[in-house]
Design a protein around this ligand. Sequence first.
Ligand code: PA5
Length: 462
Amino acid sequence: MVTLNYKHVDAQIIGKEHGLNVEKEFDNHKGDIERIIKDLNQRKDKQGQWLQWMNLGYNEETVWYVKEYAAQVKGKYENILVLGIGGSALGGIAVTEALLKPYWNLLSPEQRNGMPRIFFLDNIDPDQITGLLDMLDLRKTLVNVITKSGSTAETMSQYMIVKARLEQQLGDAYRNNIVATTDQKTGILRQLADQEGYKTFVVPDDVGGRFSVFSAVGLLPFALVGIDIEDMMNGVKDMDLELKNTDIHNNIAAQNALIHYLMDTKKDKNLSVMMPYSSRLKYVSDWYTQLWAESLGKEENLKGKKVHIGPTPIKALGATDQHSQIQLYNEGPNNKLINFIRVEEFDKTLEIPKIFEYTGIGYLGGKTINQLINAEADSTRVALSDYKRPTVTISIPKITPYNVAQLLYMFEVQTAIAGELYNINTFNQPGVEQAKNYTYALMGRAGYEESAKVLEEKMAVI
Ligand code: PA5
């Protein structure tokens, strides 16, 4: 089970000025948390609440269809190429980086147990795209284009480039090499996929991109490279049951949400650092950054009052960033809450040879790298405490599909509870739309002529 240790946010350890009286705060907010958890669970099945992600762990049908398709195409492709951006890519990247063997794409087919390599294109850098497409044999590549709206310019332009190349190389049969994950009914990609006859998977209604990792958005790429998605779903279900507990003393998502909220609103700790001590979990920080930023950074609260709130997430990696960011975290402004993620048991144990015994590095010999990385996590936490900097530590027993799924689902629930505490709409992103519309206007999309005019005027001034 994933666990949370919040001792190092307590005033007893880091002092009254920066610390919380955690138990007292839990008692004070017991009623609020109980109401929020009950409310989320009651609203989750109602249309338009954007809470269907809370049901994804129980969606056996999707798991079945995904597994069936993965079995059908097994052995047919050397590569999986995922096209998507934001919530349509970040979960996929985080989970495959965590659960596939390190350096997966550089391993031989035997080392990958015959499973394909996997590439994500989540940007529109012409050099990167050209480089990747020149390197991949598209005839041996299954392309999974993922977009809920079906119209995101970045993803759709990649799709158009890849489709044209595939068709050039494969003729009519190119269709077999594309699988689309999109809305069931609406959007341009849905229309095209039906027209062209692609295999499709659905992004369910009322599941936003950043909460979609346990829908076909994530499950399909995971199954295609051999990740045990049933085990992942078991992790989500078990965590979901834990997090249905309305008592804050027994609900780690509620605890971390409340700690973050109080640290922001009472102690001016507006920055939330995510720092796993594991390279395999490095991209969990990217996924968390989007989840936290897009969900909680809002102009208005639910009453329509201008509030301009939201903690800023920051990505860091232990131990690497001890040599980059920790100086600032220890001695700079005391405005951060740092989330450590600690892995209790790594897959491999790596011993440091007993050499150079009579030198200054002799003490390392005979220890393991495993001991070293966790000693560094512990010592950095204690050093931060000495400087009166708050930290929480999330522990994951081992990097397995079950545990990684638990970790991500815990963060999703934590985000939803934090959104309720801030009294904002966690599930919209109006701040993203404006720039999207301007891009459509700049690129000449029909219906955006007015925006194009406004934009021209604004750009002329600048
Ligand atoms: O979380 C979100 O809603 C966004 O980050 C979207 O996932 C992102 O904008 C991509 O949208 P779409 O899946 O419609 O292409």
